[in-house]
Write a protein that binds this ligand. Structure first.
Ligand code: PBG
Length: 334
């Protein structure tokens, strides 16, 4: 008989020994359906436009958007999130273009749903692309964003998006009470299946700068958004925000940014029982893009996305969506 050995009885390296065994023992996986692709659209002009602040991301015209939507669907991506770059002359103090039924967003939603009924279309509920001051709501004489006056406008905006056929309306404005107000309005108008994807936990982050350049609110923005978006020091407050949105009728909760707030995603995923999404924001994207000079971009991006999934997000908004699907297919990488 071979005498019993004391060490080692368990070799954890056994489950790391080959690609096949590693795949079988992986606790989390990334797949195309995990990704939501944020896309920018602009009105009027025919061509797509590059965005200096967001390398390799474009502002789309209607036709280039259809092309990219088709590419996304072919890749297995299930949802696009639409963000409009509104012409300066359409911006006003009160952001009323946000609920123009013939505006850029409703028109684009209709176009997408007509061509690709199977694609889920997500629209942003917030006023920043539409206001001359770049804030997400209506401001008073001191520039303070008025909560309840803003709710009334957000309600009109969300109804207009739902009527155009948006599958999910996604309030990203951080006003108090907006989920209840939107839910009531949607129910009352018969939009009983419109999903509310709440940006329940949105931090006042400096990582949104490239996005603001993309939608053209950066140069308009007066002040910052710290009196409505959350401060990055807080986590308990995030749980409170989330539970309020659950009780007000949200269907899905989102944490934003993602990579620097994995603890928040994890805390929400264990305490809330709604799906938790996360947004790898524009600043996270440009960090990785620029690091590509020094690091292997595909490996690092997939690792960053997997970390977000492992923390507990069931879907991820990412500007890397199309690349990530391609890289996942690339045998050598995973
Ligand atoms: C605004 C909105 C922002 C983003 C999504 N919706 C910016 C902001 O709050 O200023 C940021 C997304 C990104 O940085 O990629 N309602």
């Amino acid at each position: 008989m071979i005498p019993p050995r004391r060490f080692p009885r368990s070799r954890l390296r056994r489950l790391r020994v080959s690609k096949a065994v590693r795949a079988l023992s992986a606790e989390h996986h990334l797949a195309a359906h995990d990704f939501i692709y944020p896309v920018f659209v602009h009105g009027g002009r025919q061509a797509q436009e590059e965005i200096a602040a967001l390398p390799a991301v474009c502002r789309h015209s209607q036709s280039s958007l259809l092309h990219i939507a088709e590419q996304a669907i072919t890749a297995g991506i299930k949802a696009l999130a639409l963000f409009p770059a509104i012409a300066t002359e359409q911006k006003t103090d009160d952001g009323r273009e946000a609920y123009n039924e013939d505006g850029l967003v409703p028109q684009t939603v209709q176009l997408l749903k007509k061509n690709f009924p199977e694609l889920a279309v997500i629209t942003d509920v917030a006023l920043d692309p539409y206001t001359t001051h770049g804030q997400d709501g209506i401001i008073d004489a001191d520039g303070y964003v008025l909560n309840d006056a803003t709710l009334a406008v957000l309600q009109k905006q969300a109804l207009c998006q739902a009527a155009a056929g948006a599958d999910m309306v996604a309030p990203s404005d951080m006003m108090d009470g907006r989920i209840a107000v939107l839910r009531d309005a949607l129910e009352e108008q018969g939009f009983v299946n419109t999903i509310i994807l709440s940006y329940a936990v949105k931090y006042a982050s400096h990582f949104y700068q490239p996005f603001r350049a993309a939608v053209g609110s950066a140069e308009m923005l007066k002040g910052d958004k710290r009196n409505y978006q959350m401060q990055s020091a807080n986590r308990a407050e995030a749980l409170h925000e989330a539970s309020m949105d659950v009780s007000e009728g949200a269907d899905i909760l989102l944490v934003k940014p993602a990579g620097l707030y994995l603890d928040v995603i994890a805390a929400l995923a264990t305490t809330c029982h709604l799906p938790i999404y996360a947004y790898q924001v524009s600043g996270e994207y440009v960090m990785l893009k620029n690091a590509a000079r020094f690091l292997s971009e595909p490996h690092c991006v997939l690792e960053a996305l997997l970390a977000i999934k492992r923390a507990g997000a069931s879907a991820i908004f990412t500007y890397y969506a199309l690349d990530a699907v391609q890289w996942l297919r690339d045998e050598g990488l995973v």
